[in-house]
Design a protein around this ligand. Structure first.
Ligand code: MEV
Length: 423
């Protein structure tokens, strides 16, 4: 395939789908085999990745299609156990093409390292003392990572907060570290540990926790897209989606589920590229509550033409260097399929997938409900399980959905019936 848009992709056999993606992304035979094989992560590598290894665990990798992001066609590898998610993402991106696709940007790659200072009698004076020594603090930190600094990264600034707590006031020092294309946890934590004796010296206090914050407010990605009213099925659908969003914006119970739908698009790409899913999830949810009330990570509005405009904004601490991204062979191929050169670009694509999944879920919920779409995918799974293929499979799916009987024994019965009819 030449673009990320391919009609009927889901109907192809798996090998053909892989060949299409390989053509799009210029994958080698070896890279294709890596994606295709369930055990591309060999046992030795697996054994070095985590502790107490007793085996490996496979999940399906699919692709989100139809994305145009900042004018570029993008195919998005997604690893998930949940049916419907990849189809929903693909469908939402298809509907976004009429509006020109997605536009995304990033605020930079600055991570926060926190140092918790205790036993300080005059916290505001200590804050002032730390800020007076900012240059020396930056120097001590940057000495720890000459490679990062050599590429233009390292500590760029220092902030100090005084917070109240049940054990009294605390002085919290923030190191603002540009981690470039790395997720950055190791660099940030090393620097925080290295500089804390100096901060103890300046303040007379005791440094306790020294750790990165996942509330990465200086490493935020934004993405937006316009769905034309025609693509969505009319202005009435636009209005229904906006009131669905208004519910999430107003109510944390709904916001939690709406944001879960956003994470349906985000986590599978984070996982496919070997990044830390928990870091992204904690960053997303804490960002959604940053103003004191948990709310939606997206906003939805109607523009002057009556079209729907969605915007997503969230922290995105993903990397392209280090960690499983560089170790897991399938993650390396996933990065190649994405065609990204920087962590910021990767983060932008991930945000677009999140926005797409949010749109798909809201459209389904605000119109026909989500069960119909789920049912046909479930029916497809069952037809597949009983061994049906091609036209027979399609007929079984259609019949089960029409009869609202999506069950394994009915799939088997229909399979036998349609097979007998074919003969
Ligand atoms: C299910 O995985 C995700 C949804 O619940 C998201 C939403 O409610 O917006 C459908």
């Amino acid at each position: 395939m030449k673009t990320s848009s391919y009609s009927g992709f889901f109907k192809l056999p798996v090998e053909d789908r892989l060949n299409e993606v390989a053509e799009f992304a210029g994958l080698t035979e070896e890279e294709k085999a890596t994606i295709f094989s369930a055990d591309s992560l060999d046992m030795e590598k697996a054994d070095h990745m985590v502790e107490n290894v007793i085996g490996r665990f496979s999940l399906p990798m699919g692709v989100g299609l139809n994305f145009i992001i900042n004018g570029k066609e993008v195919v998005i590898p997604m690893v998930s156990e949940e049916p419907s998610v990849i189809a929903a993402c693909t469908n939402a991106a298809k509907m976004a093409r009429a509006g020109g696709g997605f536009t995304a940007s990033s605020s930079g790659n600055i991570m926060i390292g926190q140092i918790q200072m205790l036993n300080i009698a005059a916290p505001f004076a200590a804050k002032s003392k730390v800020l007076e020594k900012k240059d020396e603090i930056i120097r001590i930190c940057n000495e720890k990572d000459p490679v990062l600094v050599g590429f233009g990264g390292g500590v760029k600034d220092v902030e100090v907060r005084v917070i109240d707590s049940i054990v009294g006031p605390m002085v919290i020092v923030h190191l603002l570290v540009d981690t470039l294309d790395a997720m950055g946890a190791n660099a940030v934590n090393t620097m925080a540990e290295a500089v804390s004796p100096y901060i103890e010296e300046i303040t007379g206090g005791t440094a306790e926790l020294r750790i990165l914050s996942n509330l990465a407010v200086h490493r935020v990605v934004r993405a937006r897209a316009t769905w034309t009213k025609e693509a969505l099925g009319g202005e009435e659908v636009v209005d229904k989606i906006i009131s669905a969003y208004a519910f999430a914006a107003a109510d944390p119970y709904r916001a939690a589920t709406s944001n879960k739908g956003i994470m349906n698009g985000i986590t599978p790409v984070v996982l496919a590229t070997g990044n830390d899913t928990r870091a992204i999830e904690s960053g997303a949810h804490s960002y959604a509550a940053r103003n004191g009330k948990y709310t939606s990570l997206t906003t939805w509005e109607k523009d002057e033409n009556g079209d729907l405009v969605g915007v997503i904004e969230l922290p995105m601490a993903v990397g392209l260097v280090g960690g499983a991204t560089k170790i897991h062979p399938a993650a390396k191929v996933a990065v190649k399929i994405l065609g990204v050169e920087t962590a910021a670009e990767l983060g932008q694509i991930i945000a677009c997938a999140g926005l797409a999944n949010n749109l798909a879920a809201m459209k389904a919920l605000a119109t026909e409900g989500i069960q119909r779409g789920h049912m046909s995918l479930h029916a497809r799974n069952l037809a597949n399980t009983v061994g049906a293929k091609g036209e027979v499979l399609e007929k079984i799916v259609k019949q089960m959905v029409a009869d609202k009987k999506v069950r394994l024994e009915y799939a088997q019965e229909l399979f036998e019936k349609f097979q007998a009819e074919e003969k």
